[in-house]
Design a protein around this ligand. Structure first.
Ligand SMILES: Nc1ncnc2c1ncn2[C@@H]1O[C@H](COP(=O)(O)OP(=O)(O)OP(=O)(O)O)[C@@H](O)[C@H]1O
Ligand SMILES: [Mg+2]
Length: 360
């Protein structure tokens, strides 16, 4: 049967496709990607304060993944509002991506990844309960020309069945597939099922991180995967479609493996830059204030590029006055900038912010 872009693809086959999925080129690329991933995990362990990555990368990931959906905000805005919940509409929406990622992680610590996890992530992204599509009519169209590119399967029960197959495939460890190849296949399949009216791309990209964690290739959500995807967004769309239209699985798998390699390498570079920045700032903070000799204070300074007085009070067990003195001493030394956000003053570690947000 021939596939047509404007007809709901109810015949979408279950995974895995009946073909050789790991020819030599794939194995070679998988080794490169896994090596890059392992190098990154090792570098992360060497950070004096690894909390910064667990705080910052999900924010950067939220910014990039939401941008793929044209929700445009800056990482700076996100860091600024992450603990106050303010910001404009796009900022709030991108922050929900981070919440969705964390809700997925919590769920993963309790039970395996299932279709239910996907529903929870998508609901969290939208800030309201999302269900598997029951109504017909969802189409993926070219944003410029409006031409229909793909029509996902229709019918609630059919979609639920396909999600069950997807779920089984994720945990089918006995087929011997490399976990990164499995992630590539599962990501295509999830997008092709397109279970929701909206949010399928972002949910699928959160699921990628969760799959890496579930398979033990990643310990924390510190891989900045969506930056690499958005850098090659045209390929992302083209290759997804080529799987459906031509069964071009190998090109798709190679693309995902390369995204993993590239994002691991860029995260490794970021970790090195963060480490240098931490070292430099710690030294200058020690010279500027007694607080600079308090390890807990240095920890707070490196957990987020934006710091609040209350956080210093709580974490360092000092009075508000002392916390304020310490922070203002660092402002005087040029290490922090103070900015007013709403009614609160925030202290920006601008060098760290720059290291975190710059493209590399
Ligand atoms: N031809 C295709 N076949 C299957 N899936 C596709 C195809 N083209 C794009 N997609 C997927 O559909 C997603 C868009 O779907 P949807 O709008 O539901 O998700 P979103 O999260 O709201 O948006 P976005 O993914 O753009 O951030 C894309 O990100 C991509 O993952
Ligand atoms: Mg959308």
């Amino acid at each position: 049967m021939t596939w047509r872009p404007d007809v709901p693809y109810n015949d979408l086959p279950a995974l895995p496709p009946a073909m050789e999925l790991e020819p030599k080129v794939v194995l070679k690329a998988a080794i490169e990607a896994r090596t890059a991933l392992a190098t990154m995990a090792q570098a992360a362990k060497m950070l004096p304060n690894p909390g910064i990555l667990i705080n910052a990368v999900p924010i950067l990931e939220a910014q990039a993944s939401s941008e793929i959906e044209n929700i445009v905000t800056t990482a700076d805005e996100l860091f600024k509002h992450v603990h106050t919940g303010g910001g404009d509409h796009a900022t709030k929406e991108a922050l929900r991506y981070r919440t969705a990622l964390f809700s997925g992680l919590t769920s993963l610590s309790e039970r395996p990844l299932t279709a239910q996890t996907a529903i929870q992530i998508c609901s969290s992204l939208h800030g309201r309960e999302m269900r598997v599509r029951a109504l017909p009519g969802t189409r993926i169209a070219n944003p410029t020309t409006g031409e229909i590119i793909y029509a996902p399967p229709e019918g609630h029960d059919l979609i639920v069945d396909k999600l069950s197959d997807w779920e089984r495939f994720i945990h089918a460890g006995d087929d011997g597939l490399d976990p990164l190849v499995r992630m590539a296949l599962a990501h295509y399949q999830f997008e092709a099922i397109h279970p929701f009216h909206d949010g399928n791309g972002r949910t699928g990209r959160v699921l990628n991180i969760l799959m890496l964690i579930e398979s033990g290739l990643l310990n924390d959500p510190i891989l900045y995967l969506s930056r690499s995807i958005i850098g090659r967004k045209n390929d992302y769309y083209r290759l997804l479609r080529a799987v459906t239209a031509e069964g071009a699985w190998i090109d798709w798998i190679l693309y995902i493996l390369d995204v993993v390699r590239e994002s691991s390498e860029s995260t490794t570079r970021k970790i090195a830059a963060i480490r240098d920045c931490q070292r430099d700032i710690a030294e200058r903070a020690r010279a500027a204030t007694t607080g600079g000799r308090d390890a807990r204070f240095l920890d707070v300074l490196f957990e987020q590029p934006y710091c609040r007085i209350v956080t210093v009070v709580e974490r360092c067990d000092v009075s508000r006055q002392t916390a304020s003195n310490w922070l203002h001493a660092l402002v005087a030394a040029g290490l922090l900038h103070d900015v007013k956000v709403g009614r609160e003053v925030l202290f920006v570690n601008h060098e760290l912010l720059h290291v975190l947000t710059r493209a590399d």
